[in-house]
Design a protein around this ligand. Structure first.
Ligand code: SF4
Ligand code: SF4
Length: 297
């Protein structure tokens, strides 16, 4: 099986998070047209493959407000060779279109951005996903001002829904802060500090690749070396085990594939959409299940 992380040229977003790590822009009509053409070319390539594929869309901006990303998820989910198709999203879009997707294959990696959307609106979207039978995880960026919203969300989400916390870029966590975040996400320790990966085994470049809108294939989003092109097939000969050339890997969509990190076991069956094989969160015994946290009262 080959896992593909696809990131086309789309770089616009309907949100404006002050901590956004991406160089957002307002896409022109021509840029949107180019993104759509690139995505449709990628989908056509996938449709022509016999090999099993798992695909995660990791756009610079928000994909699901664009009809071509919604259509891509639906269409790819129905292909027999596609084992999983998932996308990173802020979940601002409507959810009804997912009824047309194969719910065994499609999945969402949803990020809650307090300050960009009303809490109840976001929570309602997660309820809709559950009603539709869509696989999804939910997460927040671990900034101090997000702790209370994250606690509230954790208390209101169904226990089976995993809420992840990404360490905020450039933020060092004291042990006390880490305890707070770990109470929300028991797996927070994996994100807290960058993983030292230079010279160590990583599945990218062998069973995982990154693809951009032109079809340029790299091992991951972080190592610039080009392995070939998707559309002329030149990447295939380059697929082999190779150690990580970077000092550290600090992004989940990268280090989840590093062999030193045991997350393929933790997320077995849900690596791309970040859903653990077994529920990792249990409500504190003193708090009745489903009740709201003190912060919500
Ligand atoms: S939703 Fe994501 S891409 Fe959009 S502004 Fe926020 S962090 Fe950036
Ligand atoms: S460990 Fe991270 S940076 Fe290194 S090759 Fe793997 S995904 Fe890329």
């Amino acid at each position: 099986m080959l896992t593909i992380l696809y990131r086309g040229p789309l770089a616009s977003c309907d949100y404006d998070c002050p901590y956004c790590p991406f160089a957002k822009r307002r896409d022109t009509t021509a840029q949107l047209r180019a993104d759509r053409a690139a995505l449709e070319r990628f989908c056509a390539w996938v449709a022509g493959q016999e090999r099993e594929l798992s695909i995660l869309f990791t756009p610079w901006g928000e994909g699901l407000v664009r009809s071509w990303y919604r259509r891509a998820l639906v269409e790819l989910s129905r292909l027999p060779q596609v084992r999983r198709v998932a996308i990173q999203t802020n979940l601002s879009c409507r959810t009804g279109w997912l009824a047309d997707a194969d719910r065994d294959t499609v999945a969402l990696w949803c990020t809650y951005h307090p300050g960009q959307t009303p809490y109840d609106r976001f929570l309602t979207k997660t309820t809709e996903l559950t009603a539709l039978g869509v696989r999804f995880s939910v997460g927040v960026v671990g900034l101090p001002e997000h702790l209370e919203p994250a606690r509230r969300l954790r208390a209101d989400l169904a226990d089976a829904v995993y809420l992840w916390v990404n360490a905020a870029e450039g933020h060092r966590y004291t042990d006390a802060e880490a305890v707070d975040w770990t109470a929300v996400d028991p797996l927070f320790d994996y994100s807290r500090r960058p993983h030292r990966t230079r010279g160590r085994a990583c599945r990218t470049g062998e069973s995982v690749v990154s693809v951009d809108g032109d079809g340029t294939v790299r091992r991951c989003h972080f190592v610039p070396e080009v392995l070939g092109n998707l559309y002329d097939g030149s990447f295939r000969d380059a697929l082999r085990p190779r150690p990580c050339p970077l000092e550290v890997c600090d992004c989940h969509i990268g280090y989840v594939h590093a062999e030193q990190v045991p997350l393929y076991d933790v997320f077995a069956g849900g690596v791309l959409e970040r859903i653990p094989a077994e529920p990792v969160w249990l409500p504190p015994p003193s708090r009745p299940r489903g009740s709201r946290s003190a912060a919500a009262c």
